[in-house]
Design a protein around this ligand. Structure first.
Ligand code: CP
Length: 307
């Protein structure tokens, strides 16, 4: 079991804890391949998903994960709640907690909200993405997908391409992948890469173009430009961005044959990835989505089953 109440960031996750989550995920994935995809592990527990920002993958997979483990699930959407009448986040959480829930899964546009909520409730809190701070379960599901495909993490060369500055996924990877022995290369326009990011950790490097590094890569992860978190334009046009930082077959020809192409979604086809990438064997984007359920089952199980 995880000896912690909450999962807020990969920064404060130890290597042993991350490895425990990844190992447990293999078992959860086996459950998902059975005819009856349900076990009683969390029977009697209740999980509340509180999404103050839109989501397709994270919310659905957390809800499915909880249901596969036989927990009850309640879903809260800010736009359809009494927050529209002025109720605060704190009061919203305290009222849902009063109905007796065991875990909150929280997404919010402001950094620090899951951590704040963790401090005011006895329930477990799982960060499902807070502003540009962290998205730990996305980094864990990406890492599981890499491990499943490549059978190891140690020594792999993994590039993350795009809007690093505004990405909570990139930030969670920055703390997770080097901890597990992988080398991380951030690629993107200078306006989208935090200054001195390579000084955070010796396994992190920065490159200006995909072409500079593609021949050495085992994994390439693309990110959407986080327009909802950008106040002024950081690129001249999406077409130019695609030419410089998007992936097409011409660039891919220089890569290793077994490179895997990843994206946390939602993908803007024609911007991060040319549509011709969609049907390639190397594209594991939907495997990431499948693995999202298994990783979130592992996290819910490891946090809740002994509480
Ligand atoms: N990857 C991800 O967080 O997707 P959603 O925004 O659809 O949850």
């Amino acid at each position: 079991m995880l000896k912690r109440k909450d999962l807020i960031s990969t920064k404060d996750l130890t290597r042993e804890e991350a490895e425990l989550i990844l190992e447990t995920t293999f078992g959860m994935k086996e459950i998902l391949q059975r005819e009856v995809k349900k076990v009683p592990s969390l029977k009697g527990k209740t999980v509340a998903t509180l999404f103050f920002e839109p989501s397709t993958r994270t919310r659905t997979s957390f809800e499915l994960a909880a249901k596969r483990l036989s927990a009850d699930v309640v879903s809260f959407t800010a736009q359809a709640s009494s927050m529209t009448k002025g109720e605060t986040v704190r009061d919203t959480v305290k009222n849902i907690e009063a109905m007796i829930v065991d875990a909150f899964v929280i997404r919010h546009r402001s950094e620090g909200i899951p951590n704040f909520i963790a401090g005011i409730t006895d329930a477990s809190v799982i960060n499902a993405g807070d502003g540009k701070h962290e998205h730990p379960t996305q980094a864990l599901l990406d890492t599981f997908t890499i491990l499943e495909r490549k059978k190891k993490l140690e020594g792999l060369n993994i590039a993350i391409v795009g809007d690093i500055t505004h990405s909570r996924v990139a930030r969670s990877h920055m703390f997770l992948l080097p901890k597990l022995g992988a080398n991380l290369i951030f690629v993107g326009p200078k306006t989208m890469i935090p200054k001195d990011i390579e000084k955070v950790e010796p396994r992190i490097k920065v490159a200006g173009r995909i072409e500079e590094v593609i021949e050495d890569l085992d994994v390439i992860i693309f990110l959407r430009i986080q327009l909802e978190r950008i106040e002024s334009p950081l690129i001249s046009s999406l077409k130019e961005y695609h030419n410089h930082f998007g992936l097409n077959l011409t660039k891919l020809k220089r890569a290793k044959k077994d490179i895997i192409i990843m994206h946390p979604g939602p993908v803007n086809w024609g911007v991060e990835l040319a549509p011709e990438i969609m049907n390639l064997e190397n594209n594991v984007i939907l495997e990431q989505v499948t693995n999202g359920v298994a990783v979130r089952m592992a996290i819910l199980f490891l946090l809740l089953s002994s509480r």
